[in-house]
Ligand binder design. Structure first.
Ligand SMILES: C[S@@+](CC[C@H](N)C(=O)[O-])C[C@H]1O[C@@H](n2cnc3c(N)ncnc32)[C@H](O)[C@@H]1O
Length: 406
């Protein structure tokens, strides 16, 4: 499979001459001839784990935010939630399960659409699966959500030298891929970068696909929220000397590598999201920025600690307790998923504040009543088992479980 995508890229370069890194990455990830996201490996032997896979409390807390938007919009009878790049669909299932159990009226209204190149093949009551690389919707009055989608969009790579911005292209030496530095391929790159203060010698990436993505989402959204969760930062923190060589990462067999030219079609390639560009694009396309924060704060503001308390009161065995605690804490861990960013862009919500972005001073977050705990299922990754396979029963004091997260 992967050999055919490699050959396809080689043929493309032989035919056209050097290609941009975005063209290379587009083929390596999305080619129908064995691109990473078209191969079955993406589903059955994941090279990455994501927040929804880490613990269902992620979906439970997103549900709290969705319900608030439904309330703000006057509890419409039909409320579409469209999840883009849903992968195996675990987030949707967690959301629908949580809402059906805890918010019966909201459950009657919600229409959940799970969209991916490769949608889950397992039917699930309450979810409509779509195989698509676009969004076949219009006049949406509801929510559009995504987790770790934008980081997989193909990026152009640049370097800043003494004369300005140059682009990194992919060419061939024999049958080996080599990088060539040349003039930038489109002024769009310069238009974005010239607004930033980027030092000479810095390498980085520009995600031009985001432009069409934001435009099309703004066109289809009549009223509601676009909630984007991903790793990345504002431009100021992204294009710095601390990240001199950019943010391109490749994931192969749960290992991070920095060589996109190996394991083509078998490894994931990602780049951090420039949230300054995403916010500006939204504002230029009729969206209001309703909130921008870290995943750790977002989940805490919505009531993460309530679920931690509920888990600790639950009556499950020590091994299950440890596994759940571990998965939950991964979501808010500094230096990891806790630093992911959450952006809320809205239309027609009259600038109403959203709880996920309002700093809380009480531990309960948005949720005032006691919550029922949510537990890992076989759909999630038991991270503790992956990391500590030798543990059979008890892990004492692994996490500061009763201590609220800072
Ligand atoms: C890193 S995975 C994240 C999956 C899921 N959201 C999660 O958090 O577990 C990225 C997903 O985005 C999908 N994807 C990437 N670009 C897409 C596009 N333009 N349209 C639909 N799906 C896309 C891929 O097929 C893949 O399933």
């Amino acid at each position: 499979m992967s050999n055919s995508v490699r050959s396809q890229i080689i043929d493309t370069i032989k035919r056209k001459g050097k290609i941009t890194f975005a063209e290379f990455m587009g083929l390596a990830l999305f080619s129908k001839k064995g691109g990473y996201y078209y191969s079955n490996k993406n589903f059955h032997q994941r090279d990455y784990f994501t927040s929804p896979l880490s613990h269902p409390v992620f979906g439970a807390l997103i549900s709290v935010q969705l319900k608030e938007v439904w309330d703000i919009m006057g509890k419409p009878k039909k409320f579409p939630v469209i999840e883009l790049g849903a992968g195996s669909g675990v987030l949707g299932r967690d959301i629908v399960r949580f809402i059906s159990k805890n918010e019966p009226r909201f459950f009657e209204s919600i229409r959940y659409f799970s969209v991916d190149y490769q949608p889950s093949r397992d039917p699930f009551l309450g979810i409509n699966f779509f195989k698509s690389d676009s969004h076949p919707f219009q006049n949406v009055a509801g929510c559009i959500i995504s987790n770790e989608l934008l980081d997989s969009f193909p990026v152009h790579r640049f370097v800043r030298d003494e004369s300005g911005f140059k682009e990194i292209y992919v060419d061939l030496e024999g049958d080996d891929f080599v990088e060539i530095i040349d003039e930038i391929s489109t002024t769009n790159i310069e238009n974005i970068l010239s607004g930033y203060n980027i030092e000479e010698g810095l390498y980085g990436e520009v995600n031009l696909y985001m432009q069409d993505w934001v435009k099309s989402l703004s066109n289809i959204l009549k009223q509601g929220l676009i909630l984007t969760v991903d790793y990345g930062d504002t431009a100021e923190l992204l294009y710095t000397i601390g990240r001199k060589y950019g943010t391109l990462n490749c994931y192969y067999d749960h290992m991070v590598t920095d060589n996109p030219y190996k394991n083509i079609g078998d490894q994931d390639i990602t780049a951090h999201v420039d949230f300054s560009a995403l916010i500006a694009l939204g504002e230029n396309n009729g969206l209001s920025t309703a909130g921008f924060t870290t995943q750790k704060k977002f989940l805490r503001n919505l009531g993460f600690q309530q679920f931690v308390g509920a888990l600790s009161r639950s009556d499950i065995g020590q091994a299950a307790m440890d596994a759940n605690r571990y998965g939950m804490m991964e979501l808010v861990k500094t230096g990891h998923m806790g630093d992911f960013k959450v952006l809320a862009q809205t239309k027609g919500l009259e600038n109403r504040a959203l709880s996920g972005f309002m700093e809380i001073h009480q531990e309960s977050g948005r949720i005032s009543q006691k919550v029922d705990p949510v537990f890992l299922s076989s759909e999630h990754m038991n991270l503790i088992a992956g990391r500590y396979p030798y543990l059979t029963d008890q892990v004492e004091n692994l996490w500061p479980f009763d201590k609220p997260i800072e």
